[in-house]
Design a protein around this ligand. Structure first.
Ligand code: BEZ
Length: 248
């Protein structure tokens, strides 16, 4: 997936805004923190303001280029979450809105565990079972009308499934919970279109620009009754979050 860092900072800045509440779970006294899937580095830079050693990693070179430019004092690296170059280096691995992009949770969690010092903790939040169910269904319908299946597949586990994966990876002190978090998208009337162009870019790349616009319009019209908030002038995505803390 190729990310559009400009679009991300303009219309998807709610990702880091909501991540701030996750920051409160980072224990006081944390010395070294890895921000896994740091995007354009907004939260990484905030964490670096209060934690002595912070590294942000992201699989997207575009995001890392932007993060380095916007936060020159902070360390950012391009790295694959399934193959992290760390072994016992961090007190905390922090990750916001990333794990649903990585289908192999068993491997992901064992890599994360290896990056932690003994007693270190994973603090993460991402899409829970049922996340964006309406948006996903509308997009799936629009693609199927054209004989195409959705190429972009997210992993949204239930609490028990994720807990089991944490246990199998060797974590203890596990706390997992999910909650609905209806999320206003940035960009007003164009917000859903912007979201689809960012997060379903691989699906939309399979058709030409005219067809792309038609698909987006179909998705918008299919969702308008449920997800358009006329009073606020924005789309409200049906996000559901899973939040977990677990100790190595
Ligand atoms: C999410 O943060 O839940 C999400 C973002 C983009 C695509 C799918 C899910």
């Amino acid at each position: 997936m190729k990310w559009d860092a400009d679009r991300y900072d303009r219309d998807q800045d709610f990702v880091s805004a909501y991540g701030r509440s996750l920051e409160t779970l980072v224990p006081a006294g944390t010395e070294a923190l890895l921000d896994l899937g740091c995007g354009t580095g907004t939260l990484t830079a905030e964490l670096a303001g209060r934690i002595p050693h912070v590294v942000g990693v992201d699989a997207s070179a575009e995001m890392v280029v932007r993060a380095r430019r916007e936060h020159p004092g902070v360390e950012f690296r391009v790295a694959d979450a399934l193959d992290l170059p760390y072994d016992g280096d961090f007190d905390v691995v922090f990750s916001n809105a990333v794990f649903h992009w990585i289908p192999d949770h068993p491997r992901l969690l064992s890599t994360v565990r290896r990056a932690l010092r003994p007693g270190g903790r994973l603090v993460c939040e991402f899409g829970a079972k049922g996340n964006i169910a309406r948006v996903d269904a509308a997009m799936g319908r629009a693609m199927r009308r054209r004989g195409l299946d959705l190429a972009v597949r997210f992993v949204f586990p239930g609490d028990d499934e994720f807990r089991r994966n944490l246990e199998r990876a060797g974590f203890h002190g596990i706390d997992v919970g999910s909650y609905d978090r209806p999320t206003p998208l940035g960009g007003g009337e164009a917000g859903l279109s912007s979201w689809l162009r960012q997060f379903h870019a691989d699906d939309l790349a399979r058709v030409d620009e005219d067809e792309r616009r038609t698909i987006i319009t179909e998705v918008e019209e299919g969702l308008r009754d449920d997800l358009w908030d006329a009073a606020r002038g924005c789309w409200i995505a049906d996000y559901r979050r899973l939040r977990a803390v677990a100790v190595r």
